[in-house]
Design a binder for this molecule. Structure first.
Ligand code: NAD
Length: 266
């Protein structure tokens, strides 16, 4: 049995992850953390996600929440995930990171943690999106310089970071396939008299509206034709299922920073 813990159990992703762990035959929900002052603190982790009593109280202290866990899953926010990584590193816990929006310093800390324990980190845990990363790189290579590339993403109105981690993941794949540096070629917004589109630019455009779970389109436009590569998530279940697949895959791995491409063997 894998003893798994969830950071941010009351969140949109946290509650789905907890349900998935409770419903899995090979896993036990062994720990749950929420923010200081959150109304669910002290309550049972099973009942707050609509399942039977699990005998696991929700805590705001890492040591209390995760002492009996083998693996911790964190889909929260960067500052919280960095604390989780620090704890996982000190206590030798495996770690799954779904949080997006890290800065360079936070990423360095996570890489440091992955030097000591195995970590899977992916901005999008869905199988379809990870296949799309691969396909986007192949299309970029096949179409070459004559096709302009634009990434368009749409998410719900509550999403905190922009562009989405997935859009950035696609942009990284595309920049690598083009053999260029993303920082020098990315264009995140356009307004006013912008002039002609620079050669090699990678456009990354963000939409925020309603309850959209997550849409990503890569547009390849040449003269007289275009290709659109599109992924639409119908529900967050998709991400939770991918995260639990990563939990199983991580068992027995050496320390290192792994992606969903590794988990899925793509
Ligand atoms: P959310 O706001 O619904 O949930 C975040 C939870 O974290 C909340 O319950 C909040 O109370 C909790 N939290 C805040 N501070 C905390 C602390 N100090 N300790 C413990 N818990 C704390 O957000 P969400 O929609 O579930 O998304 C969370 C993250 O996951 C975002 O970064 C989002 O971009 C990312 N995400 C990733 C994927 C993926 O496949 N990788 C999919 C969906 C969302």
């Amino acid at each position: 049995m894998i003893h798994a813990g969830v950071v941010g159990i009351a969140g949109r992703m946290g509650s789905l992850l907890a349900q998935g762990i409770i419903d899995a035959e090979d896993m036990v929900l062994a720990g749950a953390l929420e923010a200081k002052g959150h109304p669910v603190l002290g309550k049972d982790a099973g009942t707050i996600v609509g399942r039977d009593l699990q005998g696991v109280g929700i805590s705001c202290v890492f040591e209390e929440a995760f002492a009996s866990c083998d693996v911790i899953i964190d889909f929260t926010m960067p500052a919280v995930t960095v604390e989780t990584a620090r704890y996982a590193q000190e206590e030798s816990k495996h770690l799954i990171i779904g949080t997006t929006g890290f800065d360079e310093e936070q990423l360095l800390m996570i890489r440091d943690c992955a030097g000591k324990v195995p970590v899977v980190m992916a901005p999008n845990m869905s199988i379809g999106v990870n296949v799309m990363f691969k396909v986007a790189a192949i299309l970029t290579e096949l179409l070459g310089k004559d096709y302009d590339v634009e990434i368009i993403e749409a998410h719900h109105r509550l999403k905190k970071d922009a562009p989405s981690g997935t859009a950035l993941g696609l942009a990284i794949s595309i920049a690598e396939a083009k053999g260029v540096e993303l920082a020098k070629n990315a264009c995140y917004e356009r307004h006013g008299i912008i002039g002609a589109r620079p050669d090699g630019e990678i456009g990354i455009q963000t939409l925020r509206a309603g309850d959209i779970v997550g849409d990503h389109t890569v547009l390849y436009a040449g003269n007289n034709e275009r290709i659109e590569l599109k992924h639409q998530a119908h529900s967050r279940q998709n991400f939770a299922r991918g995260a639990l697949r990563a939990v199983r895959w991580l068992k027995g791995r050496e320390p290192g920073l792994y992606s969903m491409i590794d988990v899925l063997g793509l």
